[in-house]
Design a protein around this ligand. Structure first.
Ligand SMILES: NC(=O)c1ccc[n+]([C@@H]2O[C@H](COP(=O)([O-])OP(=O)(O)OC[C@H]3O[C@@H](n4cnc5c(N)ncnc54)[C@H](O)[C@@H]3O)[C@@H](O)[C@H]2O)c1
Length: 377
């Protein structure tokens, strides 16, 4: 499918996150959002109406629309792979929410099917393309901390059962804070350090019984069946290391702590689950002349780039398809990150360090002037 001009887009899955996607996708002039589908046809219809999308209906109807070139898969992790395979079988490109799949085999099946069909698979998170992280990547690439050697990341909160109207999937296979939030942190780490070669980890469930706390099903209880707290030690190909904590157990929220250290400094990145935010830089140089218990003022590096949110990756994919160049949020990156998360789960279960065999090349930074609001196609 060569194609010219704006790229037709269809969305499968009209749940919570579809509102953020559709709010952005319908504002990018290079995209033409044509169809919203869901197994719940009423939900698809009301989302389509809310965002002025001309058609809605079943997945089969969406896939039969010849004008749709990219299908955005916003279904649940347990069905991401089967929905992706149906999209690929219809000859369309895939943008999938994370994680790409819940098993390494399913992720490979999706990537192999796409390669055989000559279509692309790109996967969230696209926070990697936002101004906040892109600015930090550029500062690191410019050598502001020297070669990155270590990282510490942490995300703790009481759990999405507090705010999601149907949160069960976030506490079952394919979920937990590791598979739900891991993609943001681990994709960012792999972009900075390159591929992970080994993982050690521990996992635990502090509060197995959970309660839906918002929406029409408030008060419904359910069981968490995967760890709700995971702590990882990662080793990267170049010898660098990171320690990462992911938790749905803490009433004390810590969103997006993300620090990277090299021989010349430490850079504090913005929350990798967000598209914006400044970075702060603590250099060894700035400690010169500082005495006693004083500490230097960090340098604040203001974000530069686009602060549009979810959907940026779909646009970057569309432009990459038309330009015949690789997309940045690649399926290969997502599959490697899934391998790391599954290795961490195995490491926690077995009490061993688990090797990660897959390798991936980190995506190049976006040009600072990359503009989603520009008509380029
Ligand atoms: N909610 C968030 O804040 C958030 C943020 C970032 C990413 N995500 C990711 O987005 C995805 C969706 O999350 P959500 O919170 O919108 O979930 P949700 O439960 O609110 O919505 C999922 C929708 O998918 C539909 N669906 C399920 N299986 C389907 C199938 N086989 N075919 C067609 N439709 C199907 C459901 O009917 C539902 O409308 C998940 O992968 C999640 O990890 C969610």
């Amino acid at each position: 499918m060569a194609g010219t001009g704006t790229v037709g887009v269809g969305v499968i899955g009209a749940g919570v996150i579809s509102a953020q996607y559709l709010g952005n996708l319908t504002r990018f002039p290079d995209l033409d959002v044509r169809f919203v589908a869901d197994i719940d046809l009423d939900r698809a219809k009301s989302r389509a109406e809310e965002f002025g999308v001309p058609a809605s209906g079943s997945v089969e109807q969406l896939l039969a629309d010849d004008g749709v070139e990219i299908v955005v898969n916003l279904t649940l992790p347990s069905v991401h792979a089967e929905v992706d395979l149906a999209i690929i079988a219809a000859g369309k490109h895939v943008w999938s929410e994370k994680p790409i799949a819940t098993s390494a085999e399913d992720a490979r099946r999706v990537l192999e099917a796409a390669e055989a069909a000559g279509v692309r698979v790109a996967v969230a998170p696209d926070t990697l393309l936002g101004a906040g992280l892109q600015t930090a990547f550029r500062a690191i690439a410019e050598g502001r901390i020297g070669e990155p050697k270590s990282a510490t990341t942490m995300v703790l909160n009481p759990g999405p059962d507090r705010w999601h109207p149907a949160p069960e999937f976030l506490f079952q296979a394919g979920g937990g804070p590791l598979l739900d939030l891991g993609p943001y942190y681990l994709s960012t780490l792999v972009t900075i350090f390159g591929p992970v070669v080994g993982v050690a980890a521990v996992g635990s469930i502090g509060r197995p019984q959970r309660t839906v706390e918002s929406g029409p099903r408030a008060g419904t209880t359910f069981e968490a069946t995967v760890p709700t707290h995971s702590a990882l030690l990662l080793e990267f190909e170049g010898g660098a290391s990171a320690q990462c904590t992911f938790s749905f157990e803490s009433p004390l929220p810590r969103a997006g702590m993300f620090e990277v250290t090299g021989p010349e400094g430490t850079i504090v990145l913005p929350d990798p689950n967000m598209f914006e935010g400044a970075s702060t830089l603590w250099t060894l140089e700035s400690w010169r002349g500082v005495t006693g218990h004083d500490k230097p003022e960090p340098e604040v590096i203001a974000e530069q780039g686009t602060t549009f949110s979810r959907g940026l990756g779909v646009l970057e994919l569309a432009r990459a398809i038309r330009a015949g160049v690789p997309e940045r949020a690649s399926g290969a990156l997502a599959a490697h990150v899934l391998d790391v998360m599954l290795a961490a789960a195995t490491a926690a279960e077995t009490g061993t360090r688990v090797a990660v065999e897959s390798r991936v090349t980190a995506p190049a930074p976006l040009p600072a002037e990359w503009d989603p609001t520009e008509r380029t196609l």
